[in-house]
Structure formats: structure tokens, C-alpha cells
Design a protein. Structure first.
Length: 336
């Protein structure tokens, strides 16, 4: 099968892609009219459908209201302020809010967006406003002929894809931190503490948004809908365990970045102290000549050695002597 060329556009109804699945068969792509025909069928046998919508299209939400009987909680999540990742049960349907990263993710906080899902016994509806990595991985898996037995299996596959995307992000972050640490040890650091701070803030945001809410997930795993098979519940539990491992690695990486920031701050302070010490030494060494030059430069009578044949050399010797004494005292203090 040819590799799927992802298209992030949608039709007039907002449908990006749709698939109908028969038992033990790969998904077949369908368009809006075919999706409407499937939704109007009285006998659907063991088939189920996945419809993926682009909410940036104005008519998408209207189409969902007109042709699908989705729980009110699904529409509420589309407009609520809280977007933490969670899976909840509503009227024997699973309502999921999944945060994901954009395709051109570049460790920016704005590169994180939300995917909303409603999963029932024979329908999975997903909707997003920006193209996301995990859902397009799932889309590619379907296009390459992978068979799915239920909408719950689609959901667990999506969560595993999200965990894989998160693992890739953590690996890239670890590589960046390794490079910064190597440059720091080689005293060739050209990264500012602010850059590490931005990376740390993005990781904190990822950890906060991508970590599934434990309370809702605990209720779901202990009392799943009747149409969710036990194998799907186990897969969902395993995917959450993968999340836990990745999030633990992310927390460790945040501590490592914090230590690097402290190390860079200490290095900068050490350089500043060294520069201040050099400036202090120069000031101390210049102090005798400034004092003596100020005294001898006063326009008053009685300046000593003014008419002496070797007056200049005598004054120079006095200045040199006091300079050596001042330098000796300064360097002895620094050694102490």
C-alpha cells in the first residue's frame, strides 16, 4: 500500500477523514455522504466507524449536532477552559480530552493543542483545531491496513501513539541537555540560562497537560462501560503505565535542567568575580601613583624635589615601591 500523504484540509462539513471497520477487516475510507448512509442504517452488524473532524471549519460542530447523538459533555469540553488530559464516562460513552503536539513541534508552549473524542460501542468521533502528531499516526496505521476490533481499541492505540510522541520529545530534550552539559564541561558554553528556562517551562507544560487525570482514569478502569472488552481495559491500563514512566523521565529531566541552570549561574558568577578581582587589582596598583600625582600636581609652593636634579626618578622610585607593596598586599589577601 502506498504511503499515506497526509492532508490537513477538510470538506464542507469539516470531515477530515472517515473509516468504517468490519470485524477482522482493515478500515475502509468513507466520505461524508457514505458516513451519513452508515449512520442511517438500522442493521450495522459488527461494524463501527471513526470520523475525524476539523473544528476550524465553521460547519463542523453544526454537522455533529445535526447528524450525531453525542453526549452533552462532549460539546461542553469543546468550550471549557480546562484542557487537561482525561477520559470520563458519560451515558455509556467515553469522553476523552487528549493534548498533543503539532507536527512542527519546536519546544514552544504554543505548539501544544487539544484533541477531543467521543467513543461509544460503534462510533468514535475525534475533533481538533490544529494538525496533531498522534492522531495522524493513528490515521496512517489505519491507511496501512492495521485491523481494529472496536472503537476502544482505536482509543488505546491513539494513547500509545501519544506516549510514543512524548518519548520522542523527551529524547530530543535529553540530547539538547547533553549537548549543553558537554559544552559547559568544555568551558565553551554559548547557551543562556533563559533558553534552558524556556525548555524547562515547555516540559512542565507538557507534563501538566499530557498526564491523564488519575481520578477519572481510576474510575474508568475499575468500572468501564459494558461494551468495552476486558482486553481493551488491559490495553488502556498498560498505556497509562507507559505514560507514568515517560512522565517520570520528564520530571527527572526537569531536575537535571534545574541543576544545569544553577551550574551556569555559578559559572557566570565565577567569571564576574574574576573580572571584579582583576578590576580591583588594577585599581589598587594605580592607587599610589594617583595619590602621589595628585599631591605633586597641586599648584602651591613648597612642593618637594621640584628643583632637584633627580627629582623625577626619586618620585618614580617612591611610586614603584608603594605599587609593589600594594600589589603584594592585594595578592596575599586573594591567596588567603
Amino acid at each position: 500500500m502506498q504511503s499515506d500523504q497526509l492532508s490537513y484540509g477538510s470538506d464542507m462539513s469539516g470531515l477530515i477523514c472517515g473509516y468504517v471497520f468490519e470485524r477482522n477487516q482493515p478500515g475502509q475510507a468513507i466520505h461524508t455522504k457514505e458516513a451519513l448512509q452508515w449512520l442511517q442504517m438500522d442493521q450495522r452488524n459488527d461494524s463501527f466507524v471513526w470520523l475525524h473532524f476539523n473544528l476550524s471549519t465553521v460547519s463542523a460542530e453544526k454537522w455533529l449536532h445535526e447528524h450525531l447523538d453525542l453526549p452533552d459533555e462532549f460539546y461542553e469540553t469543546l468550550h471549557e477552559g480546562s484542557r487537561s488530559t482525561r477520559i470520563e464516562l458519560a451515558d455509556q460513552s467515553l469522553i476523552a480530552v487528549v493534548n498533543d503536539v503539532l507536527h512542527d513541534f519546536a519546544f514552544e508552549a504554543s505548539d501544544i493543542a487539544t484533541l477531543w473524542l467521543s467513543v461509544s460501542s460503534n462510533i468514535m468521533i475525534s475533533a481538533r483545531r490544529k494538525p496533531l502528531q498522534s492522531v495522524d499516526r493513528l490515521r496512517n496505521a489505519v491507511n496501512h491496513g492495521e485491523a481494529f476490533q472496536s472503537p476502544a481499541e482505536l482509543l488505546t492505540h491513539l494513547l500509545r501513539d501519544q506516549a510514543d510522541v512524548l518519548i520522542g520529545i523527551v529524547r530530543k530534550a535529553i540530547k539538547k541537555v547533553d549537548d549543553i552539559e558537554d559544552h559547559l564541561l568544555a568551558d565553551r558554553l554559548n547557551t543562556k540560562r533563559a533558553n534552558l528556562g524556556e525548555l524547562r517551562r515547555v516540559l512542565v507544560r507538557l507534563q501538566r497537560l499530557l498526564a491523564p487525570e488519575p481520578a477519572a482514569l481510576f474510575r474508568l478502569l475499575h468500572k468501564p462501560p459494558v461494551w468495552v472488552a476486558e482486553s481493551d481495559v488491559q490495553e488502556l491500563r498498560q498505556s497509562t503505565e507507559e505514560f507514568a514512566v515517560v512522565l517520570s523521565d520528564m520530571a527527572s529531566l526537569q531536575e537535571r535542567i534545574k541543576l544545569l541552570q544553577e551550574e551556569i549561574a555559578a559559572s557566570v558568577n565565577e567569571q564576574n568575580n574574576r573580572s571584579l578581582f582583576v578590576l580591583t587589582i588594577v585599581t589598587v596598583l594605580a592607587l599610589p601613583i594617583n595619590i602621589i600625582a595628585g599631591l605633586l600636581g597641586m599648584n602651591v609652593g613648597g612642593i618637594p624635589l621640584a628643583q632637584h636634579e633627580y627629582g623625577f626618578w626619586i618620585v618614580a622610585a617612591i611610586v614603584a615601591t608603594f605599587t609593589v607593596i600594594a600589589g603584594w598586599l592585594a595578592f596575599r589577601k586573594s591567596r588567603d
